[in-house]
Design a protein around this ligand. Structure first.
Ligand code: ATP
Ligand code: MG
Length: 276
């Protein structure tokens, strides 16, 4: 599939406040077809707020967001699938996996009247995509956290999105489960653009090709070929920056930073951060 050179999401000079409290300031970002974007940053930094603005769930106050070259509208938002943070599915509620996925059909939340055959076929297809089709008739409460998250991804896939946005899909999932989810996202990324908020930096770096760090502000930092050449020789330039990034998020050992740093070099990852 040919990639388009035009950004599929373009954010310009976006600022947002809750009750006069500035949450996001002058955000500029371009997302291209089949990017795998990791959004990282400390708690309360504005990551979920940014995703909600992109999804049109909260109104834009200043700046602009375009999806597929247009301001947010029903048509382009239909091309975006969303797995929200803390999907508080009541695990006691006797709802089946297939029913949860069927809820992903936009505008067809009508279980009282039943679903159309093609909707069920599509939901089963989405479950197969995430490797959960065998669980279709199980109650959602019978699944593990990681399996439940895969069902939530299937639910978002049901609407056949071009962009998939996930807000911490691996929170409280063990490392093995995280890798399974990220591998699945990587697989989906062959045809779908993926934006995922994550605190699991050491894992996400193995999968993402671009990283954005948000803490109210965001500054673009691109690891160009020139930077990489310089790194090959000096080996310091970005390590310091990375150290600053990871220091903000938590304390990491130098060897882990080195490992992450090597991943970045080897994988040609672009770092976008707000380090000043
Ligand atoms: N509905 C709201 N009303 C007022 N303030 C809010 C609201 N939602 C979020 N906030 C505040 O906005 C800031 C950013 O919140 P947001 O949820 O975007 O952070 P986050 O980066 O996603 O954090 P986390 O990593 O904990 O999920 C926080 O200070 C939060 O308290
Ligand atoms: Mg959040």
């Amino acid at each position: 599939m040919e990639k388009s050179n035009l950004p599929i999401i373009e954010i310009k000079n976006l600022s947002f406040s809750y009750n006069r409290n500035k949450i996001l300031e002058d955000i500029n970002l371009k997302v291209y077809e089949r990017d795998f974007f990791a959004v990282i940053g400390a708690n309360g930094g504005g990551k979920s707020t940014l995703l909600k603005l992109i999804l049109g769930l909260i109104p834009i106050q200043s700046g602009a967001i375009k999806i597929f070259g247009e301001n947010l509208n029903r048509r382009n938002l239909h091309k975006v699938g969303y797995v929200p943070q803390n999907t508080n599915i009541n695990t006691e509620f006797p709802i089946k996996v297939i029913e949860v996925v069927l809820m992903g059909h936009i505008g067809t939340k009508r279980p009282l009247f039943g679903y159309a055959k093609d909707e069920i076929r599509c939901a089963m297809g989405a479950l197969a995509q995430v490797g959960m089709d065998k669980f279709a008739d199980k109650r959602i409460g019978e699944l593990s956290g990681g399996q439940r998250q895969r069902v939530m991804i299937a639910r978002a896939l049901c609407a056949n999105p071009k962009i998939l946005i996930l807000d911490e899909p691996t929170a409280s999932i063990d490392i093995e489960g995280q890798r399974r989810i990220y591998s699945l996202l990587k697989e989906l990324n062959r045809s779908i653009t993926v934006i995922v908020v994550s605190h699991d930096i050491s894992v996400i770096l193995e999968y993402a090709n671009k990283i954005v760090h948000i803490n109210k502000k965001l500054i673009f930092h691109n690891l160009s070929d020139k930077d990489r050449d310089r790194l090959d020789r000096a080996g310091h330039f970005c390590e310091v920056e990375l150290f600053k990034i990871f220091n903000i998020i938590g304390s990491f050992s130098n060897s882990l930073i080195k490992k992450i740093f090597n991943n970045i070099l080897n994988k040609n990852i672009t770092i976008i951060t707000n380090i000043t």
